[in-house]
Design a protein around this ligand. Structure first.
Ligand code: FEO
Length: 395
């Protein structure tokens, strides 16, 4: 492999991460239409060198080759593990096997994870405390414990002299293209999608982390996926809203349909919402991109679920989407369920089972036998009106 360019993102801070444009799925859950990157940074002080995070399995040789363009693996004094998920931490054991002196710096929970997942020996691990600093010689790294972003052991590292925040998964996005935020078209949309898929369940922890770094002079955010934010106010601004669950006049509609009856019901409802000026992204689950659904869940105030009955239960695609809503914990407040059936009911009670514990206020439900009648359409329009009233009242 020929490595041509190792960007220096700040004074003596080198980007040594790798790009994975062909990857299409993460955690067998998150679609990656533009692949992703596994970012890693080498910070060279006058006396010591620190490596911040590593790369996904399979990229070890490329990674070491990139490091060798600006330093060498043997010269590294500290390996910093901001997060233990293998896309960032699996190459730690490879690096330590080629370096006999470096210590691994981790949180207390990170030490357990490093031993469990990567068999890192106890005597190579040094547990940091919240706020602790290390001096590299003219470069000071401060560690900020920020758990559940996105596993329990996560932390940020902050380079004081240059104002660089190494935030690991937080503030990241999945695209293999563009080194800096201003080189990625629709950067915020990709960031929102990523937030919905990965950070939304932990948004209260995200808010806590933001409060911890609020007084730092952050000039650059260097996350572990996607572009480096040299205009950090942009990503920080939207995270301020998303982590507190700020919603818009928006209702997301997800539905499955077998013989178009559920779809007819959904379309009737959508028409009313749109007449009221509400933003209504609509997803037919037969070909929907789950990442786009996650993106719209980040700031939608209402949700509509449409599903036919299949053998007394919801359609399996609707089950999947509904389960996603329960685990992603979006800030959505109001819901409507529209179901249809041929000869036996069941989808509506199944939906209630799953959505009941979410705390969603169900504004209206319908269960229609066969094709919807004119009377059914009138009822749907009434339900849509009630939903619109609720959504618009939040202003
Ligand atoms: Fe990119 Fe949670 O790992």
């Amino acid at each position: 492999m020929v490595i041509h360019f190792i960007p220096e993102i700040a004074d003596r801070v080198h980007y040594v991460g790798v790009r994975d444009p062909d990857r299409r799925m993460f955690d067998a859950l998150v679609p990656l239409p533009q692949g992703t990157t596994y970012n890693s940074y080498l910070v060279k002080g006058e006396a010591k060198t620190a490596l911040i995070d590593t790369v996904n399995p399979g990229f070890e040789d490329e990674f070491v080759e990139r490091i060798s363009k600006v330093s060498s693996v043997e010269e590294i004094d500290y390996v910093i593990m901001n997060h233990a998920e293998p896309d960032h931490a699996s190459a730690i054991s490879y690096v330590l096997s080629k370096n006999s002196k470096a210590n691994l710096l981790v949180t207390k929970r990170g030490a357990d994870a490093a031993k469990l997942y990567f068999n890192i020996p106890e005597d190579r691990i040094r547990v940091i405390t919240d706020g602790e600093t290390i001096d590299l010689g003219g470069k000071t790294l401060r560690f900020i414990v920020a758990p559940m972003l996105h596993w329990p052991e996560t932390m940020f590292s902050y380079l004081e002299e240059d104002g660089v925040l190494f935030s690991c998964d937080f503030y990241g996005l999945h695209t293999a293209y563009g080194l800096y935020d201003d080189q990625v078209p629709n950067m915020i949309q990709y960031a929102q999608r990523y937030f919905g898929e990965i950070m939304m369940p932990y948004k209260s922890m995200g808010k806590r982390a933001i409060d911890k770094i609020r007084d730092l002079d952050i000039k650059v955010i260097a996350p572990s996926h996607g572009p480096i934010h040299r205009n950090p106010e942009s990503i920080m601004g939207v995270y301020e809203k998303w982590t507190v669950g700020e919603t818009n006049d928006k209702v997301i509609v997800v539905y499955a349909t077998m013989w178009k009856n559920t779809e007819k019901m959904v379309k009737q409802l959508v028409a009313v919402l749109e007449e009221r000026g509400i933003e209504v992204p609509v997803y037919n689950l037969e070909h929907a991109d789950i990442g786009e659904i996650a993106k719209d869940l980040v700031d939608a105030r209402g949700i509509v679920l449409g599903t036919p009955t299949v053998v007394g239960r919801m359609h399996p695609l609707a089950v999947y989407a509904t389960h996603l809503v329960t685990i992603l914990r979006p800030p959505v407040k109001y819901g409507v369920v529209l179901t249809s059936y041929g000869w036996g009911k069941g989808a509506l009670s199944h939906a209630s089972e799953i959505l009941g514990p979410t705390g969603l206020e169900v504004v209206g439900v319908m269960e229609v036998n066969g094709p919807p009648s004119q009377e059914n359409y009138s009822e749907i329009r009434a339900i849509a009106g009630s939903l619109a009233d609720k959504v618009l009242l939040e202003k």
